[in-house]
Ligand binder design. Structure first.
Ligand code: TXA
Ligand code: MG
Length: 351
């Protein structure tokens, strides 16, 4: 492979792909760029390496991780390695969206990927679209030095547990420092984590909304997508997803979600006030036109459309947090389906 060149001028030499693959094969951790967010990756079949992910993140070890697989043969090599059985609708979703930002929870083959799966009898698989992630996965599947074949990289988002997910290599560095090998694949295009569909319950169940919408999933597989609530109403055992923890994606500042009217009223109350040290203490992230009449407030505009809003969301939350504000006031996104992913992350950040 020739050097990877990204839009922002970042260049990645092929040796760095090989170096990262060596680290993973040796049981180490790496910062992995994907099209959604950066992952903290390790060999999914090595329980010691997977244990390092949980320790580094401070994540409870019974929380299952997503396993990333190579795209040659449409991801089927990885699927055959980890999965006992693939329902027809899951197969249709793979054909429609892989490689891409969709994770499928599938029945796990006994004896493989147990630590990555947090001991569950299912496994979350995703075939990422980012060329650097794919290059590392390909290098691991086809070791040049006759080394061991690695079938998948277990990778949760590369942030400390409960914090904002990283969408640039610099974000990952700020979480884990110089000891972690990070491949810089430029800023993540999608910006929020993959859509997760549980395929182990007879009907597809939406565990986490993302940039691939519920409608797109239903259209691709011709099945109705159940929500977690609908599944619970059918009295089945609740699915587990760390994204279901109420507080998640949280910056240090307190995040409040309000509609435009409530925001304007709150801003009006501050009218004319000045911060004692002349620095803003509130960051405002809004889409509607609002009047700000106090230097207490630093205003930022949210993109009008869901995709660019998702792309910059985590970066913006980090940027506003870094300004040292105490509060982040966010205008609640529209109630329409294409905003489901962004609304979900903001609701958790505010919980
Ligand atoms: O976009 C993404 O999915 C990113 C990038 C790095 O690929 N990864 C990511 O991983 O968000 P993580 O570990 O932060 O989120 C994994 C989610 C959790 O909510 C977890 O509970 C769920 O996937 N999950 C994974 N395996 C599962 C399983 N076997 N059963 C139920 N949920 C599972
Ligand atoms: Mg995460």
């Amino acid at each position: 492979v020739s050097a990877y060149q990204f839009a922002d001028g970042v260049e990645l030499a092929p040796d760095s792909i090989a170096a990262a693959a060596d680290v993973v094969r040796a049981g180490g951790l790496m910062g992995l760029p994907t099209e959604t967010v950066y992952g903290l990756g390790a060999d999914a079949s090595d329980p010691v390496a997977v244990g390092k992910i949980f320790t580094a993140k401070g994540r409870p070890s019974d929380h299952p991780l997503i396993v990333h697989v190579a795209a040659f043969d449409g991801g089927m090599g990885g699927v055959a390695h980890y999965c006992a059985r693939v329902p027809a609708f899951a197969q249709q979703l793979m054909s429609a969206f892989w490689p891409g930002p969709l994770t499928l929870i599938l029945p796990r083959k006994e004896g493989v990927g147990e630590a990555a799966a947090g001991g569950q009898n299912s496994i979350g698989l995703r075939c990422p679209a980012h060329p650097v992630a794919q290059a590392v996965l390909a290098a691991l599947r086809k070791p040049s030095d006759g080394g061991r074949e690695v079938w998948g990289i277990a990778a949760p988002s590369a942030n400390k547990f409960g914090r904002v997910s990283p969408t640039t290599a610099a974000h990952v560095h700020s979480e884990f420092g110089d000891d972690l090998l990070i491949l810089d694949g430029g800023p993540c295009e999608v910006g929020i984590e993959s859509t997760i569909i549980d395929c182990t319950r007879g009907a597809p169940v939406l565990l986490r909304p993302g940039s691939i919408t519920a409608q797109q999933v239903e259209d691709a597989c011709g099945r109705k997508l159940l929500s977690k609530e609908e599944l619970l109403a059918q009295n089945q055992q609740a699915p587990r997803a760390s994204g279901t923890l109420e507080s998640h994606y949280a910056p240090s500042a307190t995040v409040r979600l309000m509609d435009a009217k409530a925001l304007q009223s709150a801003l009006d109350l501050l009218s004319g006030t000045t911060p004692p040290d002349k620095r803003p203490t509130i960051a405002l992230y809004h889409r509607s036109p609002l009047y700000v009449r106090s230097p207490l407030v630093a205003a930022h505009r949210m993109p009008l459309h869901a995709q660019p809003a998702a792309h910059e969301l985590f970066s913006k939350l980090r940027e506003m947090d870094a300004q040292g504000v105490k509060l982040i006031w966010v205008e609640a996104p529209p109630d329409s389906p294409e905003w489901d992913g962004v609304r979900d992350r903001l609701t958790r950040a505010a919980a």
